[in-house]
Design a protein around this ligand. Structure first.
Ligand SMILES: NC(=O)c1ccc[n+]([C@@H]2O[C@H](COP(=O)([O-])OP(=O)(O)OC[C@H]3O[C@@H](n4cnc5c(N)ncnc54)[C@H](OP(=O)(O)O)[C@@H]3O)[C@@H](O)[C@H]2O)c1
Length: 254
């Protein structure tokens, strides 16, 4: 049995708590946050505290707070030196936890929102540890949560995080723009949903470059010009032009 305490009450904390509660080999001792009470969406059986100075003991403390709060939460965390402290951030160095004897990282490569369920078993869990004993323990925890556990150093994890920003955050922002363009022209944005689904689905069996279609891929200057004319007075003109140039370069350079 691995005893776990989660710090933070946001998206990642919620999803970790849900999956930990389902596992017989894991015990969620408590969640420690800064709110007076735990948000409604969390399971009612969870013990909650907002006093980090009275935190209980556990094998693993999982810090799931905003990246810029990891240092401050970590500095308030005083625990038994046999316990392991880990954070869940893609871009924060593991060594920021080095005031503890045993520390590491468990970064789940997925996008988490409160109102969208995820299948944890398929999420790549990127792990790193201060020494071998901690690595074994963090891997043990991770392999209970997911069948994909990958060991990386902090620089590799940062590159994974950057690629996730492109693949997920930027592509989602493209969908935000797509919806804005339709709304500005009185078209229901929901008509995009089958296209967004298929765009994502086909990358499961095609390389992303092979999956590319559209006027930029074909270097169809007549269509590109028509689009630019319609976008001329909007804030999306520059981005359309820049990304079109990038796709043309990527597909037509020798
Ligand atoms: N969301 C994702 O898709 C995702 C995926 C992988 C990894 N991560 C990583 O997981 C971690 C948590 O992300 P998240 O999406 O769960 O963030 P989030 O939903 O924004 O939640 C942030 C949590 O940090 C707490 N917090 C913020 N500033 C604090 C401070 N100064 N002192 C104490 N607590 C503070 C917040 O408390 P309040 O609620 O009281 O403000 C909240 O509980 C981050 O390191 C992030 O990089 C996120």
């Amino acid at each position: 049995m691995i005893d776990i305490i989660i710090l933070g009450t946001g998206n990642v904390s919620y999803h970790f708590s849900e999956v930990i509660l389902k596992k017989n080999d894991l015990q969620l001792i408590e969640i420690c946050g800064r709110k007076n009470s735990i948000p409604e969406c969390f399971d009612k059986s969870i013990s909650y505290s907002n006093d980090i100075s009275k935190i209980q003991s556990a094998d693993i403390y999982l810090i799931c707070v905003s990246d810029d709060a990891i240092d401050s939460v970590n500095s308030q965390l005083n625990i038994n030196e046999e316990s392991i402290v880990i954070h869940s951030s893609g871009s924060t160095e593991m060594n920021c936890l080095s005031k503890h004897k045993k520390y590491g990282v468990l970064y789940p490569l997925q996008t988490f929102s409160l109102n969208s369920q995820v299948d944890f078993n398929n999420i790549p869990l990127i792990v790193e540890a201060s020494a071998n004993d901690e690595l074994i323990k963090i891997k043990e925890l991770s392999s209970i949560l997911s069948k994909k556990v990958i060991e990386c150093n902090s620089t590799q994890r940062l590159s994974i995080h950057i690629s996730a920003v492109f693949a997920n955050n930027f592509s989602n922002h493209m969908n935000v723009i797509a919806e804005e363009i339709l709304e500005a022209n009185n078209v229901d944005p929901n008509i995009l949903k089958p296209l967004i689904l298929e765009t994502s689905k086909k990358t499961q069996y095609l390389k992303s470059k092979e999956a590319q279609t559209g006027p930029a891929k074909r270097n169809d200057q007549i269509t590109i010009e028509k689009h630019l004319i319609l976008l001329k007075e909007t804030k999306h003109f520059d981005m359309y032009k820049k990304i079109t140039e990038e796709i043309i370069k990527s597909n037509h350079e020798l």
